[in-house]
Design a protein around this ligand. Structure first.
Ligand SMILES: [Zn+2]
Length: 257
């Protein structure tokens, strides 16, 4: 048995991070999403609330691919959806509706990620959306909120309805559209996004195999979700996982180093 212990870094709460550190970590998150093939042309967003900036948040400039996001070109957007700092770029109004309202009203949330990957977009077309009978899906049991499709999220009157749909959850299924996940910091949000993406991939693969799926008892799914939540609440674990994936990406894609 290997008794060597790997040093676990203390979790760095976002409130203890400087804006510069948040910019670097958020740019890494954008690159990681691209590296994993989860992008949608120039669309979608990942945002991070800036501590002490009156709910302002960092987000990608409209018109750049995730590969082109850098710590320097991330925008600072205020609760009114307008730029708080000068930039040659503009924010995408579709990002403001969803991200702005969550950053304004969910103080427990530091980071939000929204994707339209094919497996996620496919399962959210289904009435049941996320199936909780696979390993990753079971971890999300009882932890998913749902919002009905109203079109592209560019209208301010949908903001309050999206916030109400999310409630106190961290996963919001945008029916017939995609997913939004939110967590306290960047590594935790990446970990949750990865769990949802894997659940969707497995669900799609299982749906292509004839025959009934084994249905898990409710108590098993509940226990699995509770155990997973303890892991997901462990910011040190999420940071280990995030940093390992960033190192792997930078080894294979040195342009992101
Ligand atoms: Zn979208």
């Amino acid at each position: 048995m290997n008794t060597t212990t790997t040093a676990i870094k203390d979790a760095t709460p976002m409130a203890g991070m400087t804006e510069e550190e948040l910019r670097v970590q958020l740019a890494d998150f954008y690159h990681l999403v691209s590296y994993l093939g989860w992008t949608e042309l120039i669309f979608n967003h990942i945002s991070v609330r800036l501590p002490g900036e009156d709910h302002a948040y960092l987000v990608n400039p409209m018109g750049l691919h995730y590969d082109e996001v850098t710590p320097e070109n991330l925008l600072v957007v205020g609760v009114d959806g307008k730029l708080k700092r000068e930039s040659p770029y503009r924010p995408n109004p579709a990002g403001f509706a969803l991200h702005g309202v969550i950053h304004e009203h969910r103080p427990d949330v530091g980071c939000i990620a929204h994707t339209h990957t094919t497996p996620i977009s496919a399962i959210v077309m289904k009435e049941a959306a996320i199936d909780h009978n696979n390993f990753n899906g079971a971890q999300l049991y009882g932890r998913v909120a749902y919002h009905d499709f109203e079109g592209i999220t560019i209208y301010s009157d949908e903001r309050d309805r999206m916030l109400k749909s999310l409630g106190d959850k961290h996963v919001l299924v945008l029916r017939n559209h995609g997913i939004a996940v939110c967590e306290a910091d960047i590594p935790l949000t990446f970990f949750l996004l990865w769990t949802v993406q894997r659940a969707a991939e497995i669900q799609c693969a299982a749906a292509a195999i004839p025959g009934p799926n084994v249905q898990l008892p409710e108590a098993t799914k509940r226990k699995c979700a509770e155990d997973a939540q303890r892991l997901k609440d462990n910011a040190a674990f999420a940071t280990l996982l995030f940093d390992a994936m960033v190192r792997k990406m930078k080894r294979e894609r040195p342009e992101f180093a």
